[in-house]
Design a protein around this ligand. Structure first.
Ligand SMILES: CC(C)(COP(=O)(O)OP(=O)(O)OC[C@H]1O[C@@H](n2cnc3c(N)ncnc32)[C@H](O)[C@@H]1OP(=O)(O)O)[C@@H](O)C(=O)NCCC(=O)NCCS
Length: 144
């Protein structure tokens, strides 16, 4: 069955959360990943949220964003049963193409240090690791 990469819509929200649960990807159900927050982001033209679908089923997704300067890969996930078939690569390639058409020439992602498979994946796709960069953030609440 062929994989289709398409725009994600808010109607995919329940399937998206089920996908995150199945992949064990940490997400913020009461914070920035709650339905209203995802809907708000989808309405902004700075978001490129993509779905990978097979036979009408969501098998992968990525929440791409851009801040006018850089593009960001967030919440990339592929169903465990569908991995190593090029779906993650297809999602990232499609995201890169869309970001490029918006004038964005650098794309980054933040990967937690335990996530070695994700690091291997991004290295395979030509992304460069920056061990010299420390990530700092300021949150209004732990749920954010
Ligand atoms: C990371 C993830 C999205 C990869 O998806 P995928 O569809 O299996 O990846 P692909 O099949 O497109 O693989 C692309 C390349 O990466 C390599 N790759 C994928 N997973 C890998 C792994 N665990 N270890 C080493 N290489 C890996 C593949 O071999 C392939 O290389 P090739 O095309 O040269 O053979 C998937 O494993 C996943 O959902 N992980 C859990 C969620 C997660 O950690 N997301 C990232 C958060 S930053």
């Amino acid at each position: 069955m062929a994989i289709e990469i398409r725009e994600l819509t808010i109607d995919d929200y329940e399937a998206l959360v089920a996908l995150w649960d199945e992949t064990g990807l940490p997400y913020r159900p009461k914070g920035r990943d709650r339905r209203e927050a995802v809907a708000r982001e989808l309405a902004q033209n700075s978001s490129v949220f993509l779905a990978a679908e097979e036979d009408g089923m969501l098998v992968g997704a990525v929440l791409g964003t851009q801040d006018g300067r850089k593009g960001w890969i967030n919440r990339l996930a592929v169903r465990p049963s569908h991995r190593r078939r090029g779906i993650g690569r297809a999602l990232v390639n499609a995201l890169e193409t869309r970001l490029q058409s918006m004038g964005i020439e650098i794309v980054g992602c933040l990967i937690e240090d335990w996530n070695e498979s994700s690091m291997a994946f991004f290295a395979r796709l030509g992304y460069v690791h920056h061990p010299d960069i420390a990530y700092y953030s300021k949150r209004r609440s732990p749920e954010t």
